[in-house]
Write a protein that binds this ligand. Structure first.
Ligand code: NDP
Length: 333
């Protein structure tokens, strides 16, 4: 990380690739820790929030310039002086965006058994933090009943596409939006009843025809949230997962219809995934890898090779160029 961006994070300016440091893998001191080789890194929308001015308070740890970016990752333990992990183990957790890392605290990492033999990248996507986001909050707040109408935005990404499939599984009629015809085709293929490209068809028009909606899964905020409030039935649940349309702008969208929250008795649930981990984490790992391996839950990945491409990958996720879960493959197993 190099400097705080004002708008979109620019590769080579906001973020830089630095290959000046080397590490002696055989002899680097572990000090009771363990040496991890990074295999897969996750690029997620929330990373933009780490690149913020110190005056702005938020949940994710803020980056200071000249430190490595950090994010959800899968790595392989090469050496260990800690009894929790042994060489050859695969671990999942927040890692610096580096090829190799000496980690100290085993509590920050989960041992991945991967009995299903899934590609490791899946553990930062549908079987990692984004899948947990969808699974935990859908279970906690959707209160979905058969025949209800659910609207999901950014529906081709790892969060949205998992929500689409959970909502279908609960018998909802699913309206889903995405930013290109190719993404819309994927969203239809995983079961959305009404999938549309919000860049060519106005969201309001679709919701007027297909609504009213009982559940809104918000990944984007802004004018789409305003349209969802107008299209909501009484007692609709709004699962406020993300507002990516607002992350890179200095000019936030002015919501003018908030009084409908009162008159329609809407339920708003803002959340951060980590707060639900204690309640649903065990169940998630028992269920999701098995269902993904069985083909019951589908996912799409957008793979970039090499740490030096991380800056471009972050920008792609912010501008919607990613087609599915954006992962960086750093090394083969
Ligand atoms: P995605 O992989 O779906 O990538 C983000 C997508 O957002 C882009 O591909 C793009 O899709 C869409 N997008 C970008 N800019 C805009 C815009 N201006 N207006 C509308 N859509 C836009 O991301 P994830 O599935 O990983 O995350 C989805 C959301 O979930 C994000 O808002 C994220 O912050 C949130 N999140 C929240 C968590 C929590 O704990 N609350 C945890 C994890 C994620 P398209 O081309 O379809 O527009």
């Amino acid at each position: 990380f190099n400097e705080i961006p004002t708008g979109y994070p620019a590769p080579g300016k906001t973020t830089i690739y630095d290959d000046s440091e080397t590490i002696d893998l055989e002899n680097v001191p572990l000090n009771s820790g363990f040496l991890i080789k990074t295999l897969v890194l996750s690029v997620d929308p929330y990373m933009r929030g780490r690149m913020r001015d110190p005056s702005i308070k938020s949940y994710a740890v803020r980056l200071c310039s000249t430190v490595s970016l950090i994010g959800y990752s899968v790595g392989k333990v090469l050496r260990s002086e800690n009894s929790t992990f042994k060489p050859g183990d695969h671990v999942y957790g927040l890692l610096p965006f580096q090829e190799y890392v000496v980690a100290q605290d085993p509590k920050g990492y989960k041992l991945l058994e991967n009995k299903e033999g899934l590609p490791w990248s899946v553990y930062v996507g549908v079987c990692g933090m984004p899948g947990q986001t969808a699974y935990y909050a859908w279970k906690e707040w959707s209160n979905a009943k058969k025949g209800e109408v659910a609207f999901v935005t950014a529906a081709s990404g790892p969060v949205g596409s998992t929500v689409v499939q959970l909502a279908k599984g609960d018998g909802c009629k699913v309206i889903a939006s995405a930013g290109s015809d190719e993404k819309v085709a994927f969203v239809s293929s995983i079961g959305a009843d009404v999938a549309f490209n919000y860049k060519s068809v106005p969201t309001r028009k679709v919701l007027e025809k297909e609504g009213p909606i009982n559940i809104y899964w918000d990944n984007v905020g802004g004018e789409t949230l305003a349209a969802a409030i107008d299209a909501a039935d009484v007692y609709a649940r709004f699962i406020e997962c993300g507002m990516i349309s607002q992350y890179n702008t200095q000019d936030p969208y002015p919501l003018k219809n908030l009084t409908s929250i009162v008159s329609k008795q809407l339920q708003f649930y803002g959340f951060i995934v980590s707060s639900l981990h204690g309640k649903y984490g065990t169940q998630f790992y028992q269920e999701l890898p098995r269902r993904v391996a069985a083909g019951e839950i589908k996912y799409q990945e957008d793979i970039t090779h090499g740490l030096e491409k991380v800056g471009e990958a972050i920008l792609d996720v912010m501008t919607g160029k990613n087609k599915g879960k954006k992962v960086i493959l750093v090394a083969d197993d």
